[in-house]
Each structure stands twice: as C-alpha cells, then as structure tokens.
Design a protein around this ligand. Structure first.
Ligand code: CO
Length: 135
C-alpha cells in the first residue's frame, strides 16, 4: 500500500548553502546529514510534519545528481512515496506497466530501502518507493 508522500528530493549544487536557505524557508534545521556512497550523494533532511524535504548534492562527477544538474537547473528531483511492503508495490506497479530502475530494493538514506521508477513511464516524474527498515 502507498501511504503518503514521504519526502520531496531536491537537487542542489551546494548543500551547505542550501541547508542555510531551507532552514530559513522552513524555519527548522536539518535533523540529519548522510552520505549514500553507492548513490554518489550527500543528503540532508528536514522534517515537516509527516513529510520531509531531502536535499541532494553530488559527491562525484559520475553521480546521478551531477548528471541531472548537467541537464537541469536545481529543483525538485524526485517524489518519494512511503510504502508498507516494497516488494508487493514493485510487483503491482510492474504489472501495471511501470518500469523499475532496479529489480531489487537498495539501501537508501535515513534507514530506508528504496527503488526508483523510470520517469519515462511516469509522465516525466522520477518516483522513489521507500520502506522504513527501522520498525
Ligand atoms: Co529520496
């Protein structure tokens, strides 16, 4: 089951400068920063009620975020949906014709396992499914 929008992912050039900007905007400090080395990203998270904002900065030039920022301006990069059973949702969405970017969920930031849907099958919106592994 898809339960809610877990977070919005925003691609940024400079995460320190963006942390300061979003801290002013949202009137709250980021509650954590985390590098996800296999994704080539430095992340920071802001809690907003039941949802979050995730800032993403590339950690190397081959990072998906670096590639994204070569073609796009800074801005909304993905929408993450909280699911209770990621394998069940992957099977359901694949059956509906959506294209998954990996066959298995991968470890993401903030204690999640995640999988992305290809934007060509979702009207150009990069969708992340994420399931909390902490509880
Ligand atoms: Co995300």
């Amino acid at each position: 089951m898809i339960r809610r929008i877990e977070h919005l992912g925003i691609a940024v050039q400079d995460i320190q400068a963006s942390n300061a900007l979003f801290e002013k905007l949202l009137n709250t400090a980021p509650y954590k920063m985390e590098v996800v080395e296999r994704e080539g990203v430095m992340t920071s998270f802001f809690q907003l009620g039941e949802s979050k904002v995730e800032l993403l900065q590339a950690t190397h030039p081959d990072s998906p975020i670096a590639k994204y920022l070569e073609k796009n301006k800074q801005g909304i990069h993905h929408i993450a949906l909280d699911v209770d059973d990621i394998y069940a949702e992957m099977a359901r969405l694949e059956k509906e014709g959506f294209v998954l970017l990996s066959n298995e969920p991968k470890p993401g930031a903030d204690g999640k396992i995640i999988v992305f849907l290809h934007p060509k099958s979702t009207n150009g919106v990069l969708i992340e499914l994420c399931q909390d592994t902490k509880n």
